[in-house]
Write a protein that binds this ligand. Structure first.
Ligand SMILES: NC(=O)c1ccc[n+]([C@@H]2O[C@H](COP(=O)([O-])OP(=O)(O)OC[C@H]3O[C@@H](n4cnc5c(N)ncnc54)[C@H](OP(=O)(O)O)[C@@H]3O)[C@@H](O)[C@H]2O)c1
Length: 269
């Protein structure tokens, strides 16, 4: 009875994680969302699947995460095998700007602090809240903590291909990679493994993009095409999650602390 907690399960890649994982009746799956009213697809999925449960928390709220961990204990039989940190803040209006193009320092600071609060501190909060359940499982078998990073946090890619955009987001995901390295170093040699994984470029848009978003996307896409001439455009959440779950399954905890793509290596697209 493998148990999974997927954080940020309301939509996009997180919703697809709970869809694919709960399709196997032997899995127990908990999706962490912020609001049932705005998570209609996840709620509909929960209605039809007895092995899927939705619990509420914002990852910037540590006591709320502790409550989720407490409420999960019975559902997962006192031990958690997989934690998937998928939630992130990535919807800044300034994603297209380079680091010295912000209208003012305050705007840059606000964007950066919000990105770090959710994408770095939020992930630390989440891992710490679930550590007792993860450790209980690690006493007997392999346990995997998987955190969604981004190829945008790969310094070689950024420098070699002039990836100037998504500054606070990329910085926060680079911070997340170090968070994973720190947990990996703390739990080195145990059954508890930590992995940062990039999902590729995935189409998770729910609304028609604005002209500004379209322009930003085209600039980003042309940079990606320069780096990866074979790249044909975004993949679906279904394909991305399938590929990531395959990587997670074959990844060994002795490689804890790694930062890889949905291909299982440093090929980001
Ligand atoms: N899509 C891509 O191309 C891409 C590329 C590289 C990396 N990634 C990474 O993959 C992950 C999923 O991406 P996505 O495109 O599916 O994202 P998304 O569609 O923007 O969904 C983000 C999810 O995170 C949740 N969330 C945001 N802030 C939260 C908070 N403070 N507390 C709890 N939940 C919070 C959202 O919940 P609400 O519905 O309540 O807002 C939603 O479930 C992210 O970590 C992202 O950085 C995505």
């Amino acid at each position: 009875m493998p148990s999974y907690i997927v954080v940020g399960a309301s939509r996009g890649i997180g919703l697809e994680f709970i869809r694919q994982l709960s399709a196997k009746p032997e899995n127990v799956v908990i999706g962490v969302i912020r609001n049932r009213n705005t998570s209609k697809d996840a709620v509909a999925l929960e209605d039809g699947r007895p092995n899927l449960h939705l619990l509420l928390a914002d990852i910037t709220d540590y006591p709320a995460l502790q409550k989720v961990a407490e409420d999960s204990t019975k559902l997962v039989g006192g031990k958690l095998d997989y934690l998937i940190n998928n939630a992130a803040f990535q919807e800044s209006q300034h994603n297209g700007l380079a680091i010295d193009e912000y209208p003012d320092e305050k705007t840059l600071e606000d964007d950066l602090l919000q990105s770090v609060k959710v994408n770095v501190m939020g992930v630390i909060n989440t891992i710490n809240a679930f550590l007792p359940l993860l450790k209980a499982s690690a006493e007997k078998s392999t346990v995997k903590v998987v955190s969604l990073s981004s190829g945008m946090a790969d310094t070689d890619l950024v420098v070699q291909h002039g990836v100037t955009m998504t500054v606070p987001y990329a910085i926060s995901k680079a911070g997340l990679n170090m968070v994973i390295a720190k947990y990996a170093s703390k739990y080195r040699g145990t059954n508890l493994g930590f992995l940062a994984i990039s999902p590729g470029v995935v189409n998770t848009r729910q609304q028609v993009p604005t002209p500004q978003e379209l322009q930003e996307y085209e600039a980003m896409a042309s940079t990606f095409k320069e780096a990866y001439p074979h790249w044909t455009g975004p993949i679906t959440p279904e394909v991305s999650v399938k590929m990531m779950l395959e990587v997670v399954e074959r990844w060994d905890v002795k490689d804890s602390g790694a930062f890889v793509s949905h291909h299982g290596n440093k090929q980001w697209l």
